[in-house]
Design a protein around this ligand. Sequence first.
Ligand code: GAL
Ligand code: ZN
Length: 668
Amino acid sequence: MTTKPSLAVPGIAYGADYNPEQWPEEVWAEDMRLMREAGVNIVSVGIFSWALLEPAEGEYDFSLLDRILGLLHDHGIAADLATPTAAPPVWFFRAHPEALPVDKDGRRMAYGSRQTFCPSSPAYREAATRIAGKLAERYADHPAVAMWHVHNEYGCHNNACYCDESASAFRRWLRARYGDDLAALNVAWGTAFWSQRYADWEEILPPRATNAGPNPTQLLDWHRFCSDELLSLYRAERDVLRAAAPSVPVTTNFMAITDALDYWRWAPEVDVVSNDHYAMAVDPEAEVEIAMASDVVRSLAGGPWFLMEHSTGAVNWQPVNRAKRPGELRRNALAHVAHGADGIAFFQWRQSAAGAEQWHSAMVPHAGTDSRIWQEVVRLGADLKALAEVRGTTGTTEVAVVWDWNARWAVEQPAQPNSELRFQDQVRSWYEPLWRSGVGVDFVRPNADLSAYRLVLVPSLYLVDDEGAANLTGFAEHGGTLAVGFHSGTVDENCHVRLGGYPGAFREALGVRADEYVPLLPGETVALSGGGTASLWSERLRTEGAEAVMSYADGVLADVPAVTRHTYGEGTTWYLSTQPDPATLASLLTRIRTEAGVEPIRTAAEGVEVVRRRGPSADYLFLIDHAGNGAEVPVADDAMELLTGKPTPGSVTLPPGEIAVVREPREG
Ligand code: GAL
Ligand code: ZN
């Protein structure tokens, strides 16, 4: 196994996207001074600078970037140097109008924004790798360059193009997937129905707009293709950079919990996994999503990762862009660190006066340094400095949650039993009670090595292939505890229903069989024995070896088992055939994990997030008071709080809204 190059910035990296081309050079000197004041030690430069670097095709001007990199280096700030390929210049589209993407309805997009190009365009690929090559050639040995930042958020706005060029690329991808066997594709896609049979590869199209619903397998293959197509663009740029500078790590910023790309396929291709995360203003408990997203990224990385973008305050792309509350910036950023980030960066350094993102917050706001945001930015810089020793440590847990993009793409297609079922909501509903009780989790794909876990949770896995299903049920058979949510195991990798009763692939291991799904209407609830209620989904379920732990208590399914428990081989399996209300789900998951022998990291007051990172000689306990009530949390007798630098023997006091990071030495 070859080790990947790592980021040579000491401690926890701190920084932002830095776009100084928006400002006169006088401002740059102030930028350097303020970056040092805030403790910034890395910035991402050049992300959207293509037109600046290549003002006309084949004409390059690196003078500005030379000066910026020189200035950064003189001030001891590292550069995460980006390829500018997410924003092709106007000249490119004037020369290659065919590289503008086409949407589902056949509309060709115009230039004048960013991330508007056809991923399958040969001209785009050629131009993108060429500018990447020029950057590599010029800056491979530049002392400021600590990391390459390829492109920006692949899949954000540019996930799919429906043009003829993309159609050809899709066909090539399908020919490889189906081994050039068109009959196999026809079977996989179920084209016998609705007269969809293809007689020639050339007949196959992307899922363009039609009057009636799309073919589910075509749509699923399209998602897979779009992810792979962008991945191949990423690889092309990466390879050029790697060849010139093999010791400089390469990253591209993921949007890990979105449905754009199959990041399990992407993660092995980068040296440093980096992620962008923005909280939604309408989410009253954004801290739960931050934790979940960070755990997904940590799991993709298999260790520490880099938070490439989040916001100091409001974003500019939601209907109402909420400002962060006092203290929220620190709580958010340090929550990312708690869940494994070894680098914390924002979009962007200085808030724009002009252009598309003038109303997006930044580290230096419009108001300048006499501002709440700047104060918090400086304070966070000091916090991160105090956490230097946490770098490289990572979480340990006995609980895994299955997360799979194929299952997500499949279950969120049209014409499902219940269009209200959203993959991420399902996972979050199971994740949240664990988070509340201070139980850490890893996210895994269905065929992952599960030997490190006692408990594996499968909140939503509509699609699973035979290998994944066997891996999960085998885990229970050999002594683990497996809990599965409704509408899981239903179809195979081609979206074909597993016949004979639900939940298909898991029926035997769960000791149950449903002969009918009974989805619930929006707002409809059904009573559960034991006092709770359930919504979204129910099933006409019967036990085949399992015991009923809860039953439906009213409606057409009165007395039918709703939640079951089964001894399977040496292990235990649970099935939740419905979506219990949050309190009922929380108590069920507490029972499931307690029986599996999984205990919280530490018990703290309601609303206090508890996360642990483990190092070779110490544990780092992160305590974050989201509820704003303050708390007293028991810690080891020889513990020390890192943000204040004070010993905290036996217990630590958390003032309202505050954060503590406690080092507890480990025996051994
Ligand atoms: C990201 C993007 C950044 C910036 C940010 C604003 O999606 O990568 O360039 O636009 O959103 O929230
Ligand atoms: Zn296209």
